[in-house]
Design a protein around this ligand. Structure first.
Ligand code: NAD
Length: 499
């Protein structure tokens, strides 16, 4: 069995804590690797190497830093198939979906090539008599990120690309359930020209996370994962004086108005509800048809589409719509919630509980499920299921549908399907949710906009990627300068390159 490593100061380093976690192949249920779980001392070694490397990197011309990003993009494209295969093997998602995971990270790296423009700062000429005032954005120093299992390529890149482009060092603590791709990304960054020590991968669990939260040298922490952990990290990180942004769980509602194109809405729900086995923070997990007639038409369209879904291992290539969930534990949790839905009175319209795949009986596959007549008091409505389970809550009116989505504690993403521009505009203006789709089921903003939820889906005031990332990973310093007047003699007239 493969023993995975940490990546510290440009080298793969074996774990020394004596603690490991099994990494599964979710399609077969077999343990394929052991992930080392770092101690506080191992984390400290990584931080010290990062702190030693950062000042020179922070003082490097941002255009040179951007060139490393450019080369990294080329290497990501070169190794796309290899990265996707490693990702699917540990996560379980299909190969095209794994490529999407890499691609959506890569696009943020492309955006970070614009670092010289983003970091230019502000200048006021003659702020007073003979006085100039300028603000510069300076790197923070050593930064850190803690990432979830469901996007092991994209989310690490959303963090480390802007952090490094801004001149910081970055310590990545990826999910211990699928740590191989983050290790490959760190190797590729160095192949792209990143000096050693600037991107460290420290594998681990709560012990490593707590060591990050309490380490004096670490200036900022980015977190993406479940809400209870997001709240914990936000609280402890902030009280330790760090800059923290945390993104948590979700329960994304899709409102289907009576005038919506019902085929379009049903197709959208299939992709957004069941893609990646529902293990996406922007998955639609609640359909809210407005009016009983709309609900009946929607369910009629959904059922045959759900029954046609192909569930299987990533090795079956394009012939699979979604794969297994990440662990046996996750499968057990999802099946437990489905039982609670039945017990609490929801209608299980499509029942995937008996799903079995020949040859993969030990894999963590969960068949697709559709619930109708779900009510807001049920556990399947209140909790994030993070599995291939779509709940339908029937709303009597648009107002009721809007209120339902607004009252839910999560506020990551939402969508409305309608042909009525006025309803869509009203929805986008009033909803208290961070990312809104109008006839778009998964409204993940592109790299040059920002990504972030509201309510219990996001803690902190700056979003991920886009212009916010350059604010999060820099500090503003404002200088007020006055110089003695009078022109001095001498000058340099040669055309010089920037060093
Ligand atoms: P998780 O919260 O279990 O783990 C996330 C990270 O926190 C991992 O690196 C893990 O090692 C660490 N961690 C886990 N328990 C900890 C503890 N007790 N103390 C300190 N650190 C701990 O989340 P997950 O299961 O890996 O990912 C799925 C969750 O992430 C879902 O809730 C999903 O909605 C959410 N998510 C949110 C977004 C977003 O942008 N809002 C994006 C992707 C995933």
């Amino acid at each position: 069995m493969q023993e995975l490593t940490h990546y510290i100061n440009g080298q793969h380093v074996k774990g020394t804590s004596g603690r490991f976690l099994d990494v599964f192949n979710p399609a077969t249920g077999e343990v394929q690797a052991r992930c080392p779980l770092a101690s506080a001392e191992e984390l400290d070694q990584a931080v010290r190497a990062a702190a030693a490397a950062q000042p020179a990197w922070g003082a490097t011309n941002p255009q040179r830093r951007a060139r490393v990003m450019m080369e990294f993009v080329r290497l990501l494209n070169r190794d796309m198939d290899k990265l996707a295969e490693a990702l699917s093997r540990e996560h379980g998602k299909t190969l095209p979906d794994a490529k999407g995971d890499v691609q959506r990270g890569l696009e943020v790296v492309e955006y970070c090539i614009g670092a010289p423009q983003m970091l230019k700062g502000e200048f006021t000429d003659s702020a007073g008599p003979g006085i100039d005032m300028y603000s510069m954005r300076q790197p923070l120093g050593v930064t850190a990120g803690i990432t979830p299992f469901n996007f092991p390529a994209m989310i690490p890149m959303w963090m480390f690309a802007p952090a490094l482009a801004c001149g910081n060092a970055f310590i990545l603590k990826p999910s211990e359930r699928d740590p191989s791709v983050p290790l490959m990304l760190a190797e590729l960054m160095e192949e792209a020209g990143l000096p050693k020590g600037l991107l460290q991968v420290v594998n681990g669990d709560k012990v490593a996370v707590d060591a990050i939260l309490d380490h004096d040298v670490i200036q900022s922490i980015g977190f993406v994962g479940s809400t209870p952990i997001a709240q914990y990290i936000y609280g402890r990180g902030c009280s330790n004086g760090k800059r923290v942004q945390c993104f948590g769980g979700a329960k994304n509602h899709m409102i289907v108005m009576p005038d919506a194109d019902m085929d379009q809405a049903a197709d959208a729900l299939i992709g957004a509800g069941y893609g990646a086995a529902g293990e996406r923070c922007m998955a639609i997990s609640v359909a809210v048809p407005v009016g009983d007639e709309t609900a009946d038409r929607l369910i009629d369209k959904l059922v045959p589409r759900i029954e046609k879904l192909k569930v299987g291992p990533y090795t079956a290539g394009n012939d699979v719509d979604y794969g297994p969930v990440v662990t046996g534990e996750a499968k057990k949790r999802i099946l437990g919630l489905i039982e609670s839905g039945i017990a609490q009175g929801a209608d299980l319209v499509v029942d995937g509980r008996d799903f079995k795949l020949q040859g993969y009986e030990d894999g963590f596959f969960v068949g697709p499920h559709l619930f109708d007549r779900v009510t807001p008091d049920m556990d399947i409505y209140r909790q994030e299921i993070f599995g291939p389970v779509l709940s339908t809550v029937r709303a009597g009116s648009y107002k009721e549908a809007l209120k339902l989505a607004m009252d839910h504690e999560y506020g990551n993403g939402t969508a409305i399907f309608t042909r009525d521009g006025d309803a869509a505009r009203d929805f986008a203006a009033r909803i208290n949710i961070g990312m809104v789709g109008i006839n778009v089921p998964i409204p993940v903003p592109l790299a040059y906009h920002t990504f972030g939820g509201w309510k219990k889906s996001g803690f902190g005031d700056l979003n991920q990627h886009g212009p916010d990332a350059f604010k999060f990973y820099t500090r503003t310093k404002t200088v007020t300068a006055r110089w003695p007047s009078g022109i001095k003699e001498g000058g340099e007239f040669n055309f010089k390159a920037m060093d």
